[in-house]
Write a protein that binds this ligand. Sequence first.
Ligand SMILES: [Fe+2]
Length: 119
Amino acid sequence: MAEFLNPFSGLVPDKKMSLSELIRAIRLNIAAEEEATHLYTAHADATDHPLAKKVLLDIADEERVHVGEFLRLLEILTQDEDQFLAEGKQEVEEMREELYLEGKAGGVEPPTVGPLKEE
Ligand SMILES: [Fe+2]
């Protein structure tokens, strides 16, 4: 898994975490869920075995659900995370509107970025 700075290195700390430490731990957990999603999706993309692909993509989706759980927990713990997330979403919507809905990128929103590797 990830090579993050792990303050516990698999050991239970001598004391319970403070709220700030817990919030940082949850952020680390979110990163681990995202990394797992990336790993399972990459492995699914790299195989033609139908059952393996199906299982890997199913588990990847479960990791995405876990991200949602952690994000909701962060909202509760920080009491302002949802405001920062909403601000980020709004900034992207404004850029999207400028590019696609106001016609600055030809007025047509591209459905995908296409393949990133040569075929
Ligand atoms: Fe997970």
